[in-house]
Design a protein around this ligand. Structure first.
Ligand code: HEC
Length: 184
């Protein structure tokens, strides 16, 4: 009788250990949410680097960008990108960065043209971020670069021409990676 009991409890212990192992396999976290799908990861994996790494296929002209801007951006950033109470000033700076009232527009302040594309594609229009097609994001980037006198009115930008747009304030920033290199 006692032998039977020991045998039974041993079985129960073994089952319990087994169940625990199964749980340990499947529950490697608090058990919330679900593993990101390849599609979900792709939607977030859109970073564009200063040298243009990560830029998608597609293209956009200044004139196409003007249409996008005047339908989707002008309400907040105003005609010509001069800004309003709602949206930042993007172009048309009169005051230098070193003045008492610096205007940090794309042309005066931003170090890389590729970042303009990245910011617009991921975050604008503010009420529907991520809704622009890659072509529309290229086009409206082109229009804003044109408004800042950085590219010609007939320019078309894509993943090879955008990184070549030289921004006037690029050297106004400290490049952390290069600083580390020289400290070695
Ligand atoms: C509903 C209002 C709204 C609309 C529409 C909108 N924006 Fe914006 N935008 C903002 C606001 C507010 C900011 C400032 C956000 C911040 O600083 O985080 C901003 C910031 C920006 C910036 C960064 C400015 C800077 O110097 O930091 C860019 C570039 C920009 N918007 C471009 C666009 C483009 C292009 C469109 C149209 C496709 C657009 N925005 C539509 C409200 C808007």
């Amino acid at each position: 009788m006692i032998k039977m009991k020991i045998k039974h409890s041993l079985t129960i212990v073994l089952i319990a250990v087994g169940i625990n192992l199964v749980f340990a396999e499947t529950m490697q976290g608090p058990g919330l949410g679900h593993a990101a799908t390849i599609d979900e990861v792709a939607k977030w994996n859109i970073s564009v680097f200063p040298d243009g790494e990560g830029l998608p296929e597609g293209r956009g002209s200044v004139s196409e960008g003007e249409v996008v801007y005047n339908t989707q951006c002008v309400g907040c950033h105003a005609q010509g990108g001069i800004g309003s109470a709602v949206g930042d000033q993007l172009a048309g700076a009169q005051m230098e960065l070193t003045s008492d009232y610096p205007e940090k527009t794309i042309g005066k302040y931003w170090p890389y043209a590729t970042t303009v594309f990245d910011v617009i594609r991921r975050s604008m229009p503010m009420t529907t971020p991520g809704s622009l097609t890659d072509n529309d994001a290229y086009a409206v980037t082109a229009y804003l670069l044109y408004l800042n006198n950085l590219i010609d009115v007939n320019a078309v930008i894509d993943k090879s021409s955008l990184p070549k747009v030289k921004m006037p304030n690029e050297d106004g920033f400290v490049k952390v990676y290069e600083v580390k290199e020289t400290n070695k």
